[in-house]
Design a protein around this ligand. Structure first.
Ligand code: SF4
Ligand code: SF4
Length: 345
């Protein structure tokens, strides 16, 4: 992350706004991956599930997302799913509008269908393709987004490979190296990110990395990052994986990113995983990358985290000031105008 981006995000925090949004653009997905958190029963808190929310298509979806963007004025927007490419026409129309607002955009996709040609033009776009393991394991977990389809659908693009490491991938020595050997030389691959499977509290699925296994994987990644330049993994990020945030309040990612579900109004809490994620086993790359920034020490020995806490206090004060002003405005004008949900960002 560049200093300019930190300063811009800091300005947002001071103003009591979220620098980053994560929007589930659709409830639909043609895949049914084991361990998918988005379709978990508790993802939206229990009363609602992603497949049950109302979602949008066409101009309604484009306008709905732009309305949220105007309300929150983020620096970064992640478009996730379900499968965002289910709404590829809408996204193709939306991406230039976000770029015109100088917003960095990320689309997280399985590449189950071709990535539109027009997307190649966008400087501020990162397309992160989820590829979970080598072909036999990936294809079994993520069909119809098989290796064959992915290779066809990313041709001519520059993508980020995002692999979530599960226990299954740790059972054969050399597995991660083979994965890097396959994806690193490809011209379509700009960089490679590894996350670790993050369970919900009390979850017992086989995907979970036992503590010893997790420690071993992190040691191995520490070696591999020096051999594969496209593996984007700083030592500071590995340190956060070894010692993740204690809880969502200590997680910079959760506190600076607002996840919104496909009805464009339900807020996913406490972070994009929803439900009650086990922070002590968090393997989210975005959380670890931001956590590394937070733990960075400034020349006077002060950590950015300390400054961040102070900034949040100022931000909370700014938020309450805006709410008070809005309430005064409403009582002055009468009760006719209702705030749209929480769009005080
Ligand atoms: S592609 Fe993503 S949203 Fe769809 S089932 Fe798999 S993990 Fe879930
Ligand atoms: S991203 Fe990870 S550390 Fe942050 S709140 Fe979610 S589970 Fe916890």
């Amino acid at each position: 992350m560049k200093t300019r981006h930190i300063l811009q995000a800091w300005g947002k925090i001071l103003a009591g706004r979220f620098p980053s949004l994560s929007i589930e653009v659709t409830r639909e997905c043609p895949l049914s991956c084991p361990g998918c958190y988005a379709y978990g029963n508790d993802h939206l808190g229990g009363a609602l599930v992603l497949r049950g929310v109302r979602d949008f298509k066409g101009q309604e979806l484009i306008d709905g997302i732009l309305k949220i963007v105007e309300a929150y004025r983020p620096l970064h927007v992640s478009l996730v799913g379900g499968e965002p490419l289910v709404r590829h026409r809408e996204l193709t129309a939306l991406l230039p509008l976000l770029e015109a607002r100088n917003i960095h955009t990320q689309v997280v996709t399985s590449a189950v269908r071709p990535i539109p040609d027009e997307w190649r033009e966008h400087r501020n776009l990162n397309v992160a393709v989820s590829i979970d393991g080598l072909q036999p394991e990936h294809d079994a977990r993520r069909k119809p987004a098989t290796y064959t389809h992915i290779l066809k659908h990313i041709a001519g693009h520059r993508i980020t490979v995002h692999c979530t490491i599960t226990r299954q991938m740790t059972e054969r020595p050399g597995y991660l190296r083979e994965f890097l050997d396959f994806w690193s030389p490809r011209p379509e691959v700009r960089r490679i990110w590894f996350s670790l499977f993050t369970p919900q509290k009390g979850e017992t699925s086989y995907e979970i990395l036992p503590r010893q296994v997790r420690a071993g994987v992190l040691d191995e990644l520490g070696v591999l990052k020096n051999e594969y330049p496209k593996l984007d993994l700083a030592e500071a990020v590995l340190r956060v994986y070894r010692n993740p945030p204690r809880n969502p309040d200590a997680c910079l990612f959760a506190r600076t990113t607002l996840p919104i579900s496909a009805d464009l109004k339900t807020i996913v809490t406490p972070c994009q995983f929803g439900g009650t994620p086990d922070c002590s086993q968090c393997g989210c790359f975005a959380s670890a990358a931001l956590g590394a920034v937070l733990r960075h020490r400034l020349p006077l020995g002060l950590s950015l985290g300390t400054l961040y806490e102070a900034s949040c206090a100022v931000g909370d004060w700014m938020k309450s000031l805006r709410r008070r002003k809005a309430a005064e405005g409403r009582s002055g004008r009468g009760a006719g105008e209702q705030r749209s949900r929480g769009a005080d960002g």
